[in-house]
Design a binder for this molecule. Structure first.
Ligand code: NAD
Length: 351
């Protein structure tokens, strides 16, 4: 079974290298039978192949077992006509990775704004307000005059139902509580459609408690009563914003994993960006990508019925948390002194 690493830009190569070292150790100690490979994406791909992501790479990712993608510095890419394509969006669209799974859990012993948060936000990943994924051709943003810009938001029956069905299934495996987040009181057609389909999907899952909240209320409730939530499902942009809020409340973006999931493929991806300001200094915190890799191993284990991969996910998560709890084995952003590579070694030792 192959794990494909796509290091990406900025701190991407450093955090993917740390992740790979740890996975290699886990693979040896648990005899998982994994093999590892690496391909260029982002600026290194632009230099070699003339585009930040190529059709060949998309095909390669489609056909591999598990993919770990480092952050990409899209803000500094040239225009698409010159090869600057957002690799993350291209993969999400081409592989139809319709659910973005973003857990936020407070880790005891680490400072967090909310002491009791343990929830998962499932964000719709292929539609919504994001101009690069709403149209068959062209983008969902237009500028009819120099003083007027319009953005189109796409909500489909199928997209809403499938992401909610995914979230409901996840809730059934957790504390059996699903919250549908929307703004159907104002966006009556688009969010009305999302809410109706999400309710239908949730009703198919036995034993779930289902509630719904307006997105503005939800932004407050995450702070006021974080422990009242288990799995939350919402549209693309609401999920993008709420998952960053939840991650920050639970200890910071650097501590939250993220998995992009479709029916056939999944890609582990850190929830932060490429941090160009600290790139190449070996001081980045690899925990977000590591926790994303935990989600990936668990997903593959569930998909293939391989309990050893699910056990590996638990073992890896336990080692990451144990390493983080010791103030002597933290990276600088968490008040520690370890470099990115030394943190990787500390997790490997803990394993
Ligand atoms: P960023 O997340 O890269 O950085 C924000 C701040 O957090 C910076 O101070 C950075 O040094 C710090 N930081 C981020 N990750 C860290 C880590 N692992 N360890 C320690 N410190 C860390 O956000 P930005 O500066 O707004 O974006 C930089 C680039 O990343 C942009 O091109 C943006 O488009 C891109 N981006 C990519 C992704 C992705 O690939 N999934 C996500 C968000 C942003």
């Amino acid at each position: 079974m192959e794990v494909l690493f796509l290091p990406g830009d900025g701190i991407g190569p450093e955090i993917t290298a740390a992740t790979r070292t740890i996975l290699e150790k886990l693979n040896r100690s648990m005899s998982l039978g994994l093999c590892f490979s690496q391909e260029d994406v982002g600026f290194s791909s632009l230099e070699k192949h003339g585009a930040t992501i190529t059709p060949d790479l998309i095909k390669r990712v489609r056909n591999t077992d598990m993919t770990v993608l480092g952050p990409v510095d899209t803000a500094h890419y040239p225009p698409a006509e010159q090869g600057g394509i957002n690799p993350s969006a291209a993969l999400r669209i081409n592989l139809d990775l319709y659910a973005n799974v973003r857990p936020s859990r407070t880790i005891n012993g680490l400072s967090a704004r909310t002491p009791a948060m343990d929830l998962v936000i499932v964000r719709e990943n292929t539609e919504g307000f994001y101009a690069d994924r709403t149209m068959f051709a062209g983008t969902g943003e237009v500028m009819p005059t120099e003083d007027l810009a319009l953005a189109m938001r796409k909500v489909t029956r199928k997209g809403s139902y499938r992401v909610a069905a995914f979230a409901a299934k996840l809730a059934a495996k957790r504390r059996k509580h699903l919250t549908i987040v929307h703004k159907a009181n104002v966006l009556k057609l688009s969010d009305g459609l999302f809410l109706a389909e999400a309710r239908k999907a949730a009703a198919q899952q036995d034993g779930l408690t289902v509630r719904d909240e307006h997105v503005d209320a939800m932004a407050s409730l995450l702070i006021r009563t974080p422990d009242a939530f288990d799995v939350i499902v919402t549209t693309n942009m609401f999920g993008d914003i709420l998952s960053n809020e939840a991650a920050e409340l639970a200890g910071g973006l650097g501590l939250s994993g993220s998995l992009n999931v479709g029916d056939q493929n999944a890609i582990a991806q850190a929830s932060h960006g490429s941090a160009p300001d600290i790139a190449g200094q070996d001081i980045a915190n690899p925990v977000s990508l590591l926790l994303s890799t935990v989600l990936l191993l668990d997903w593959k284990g569930t998909q293939t019925g391989r309990n050893d991969l699910q056990d590996a996910a638990i073992k890896l998560e336990t080692a990451i948390i144990k390493t983080l709890k010791n103030p002597d084995t933290r990276t600088r952003d968490l008040g520690g002194h370890l470099s990115c590579s030394d943190f990787g070694k500390a997790v490997t030792d803990t394993l």
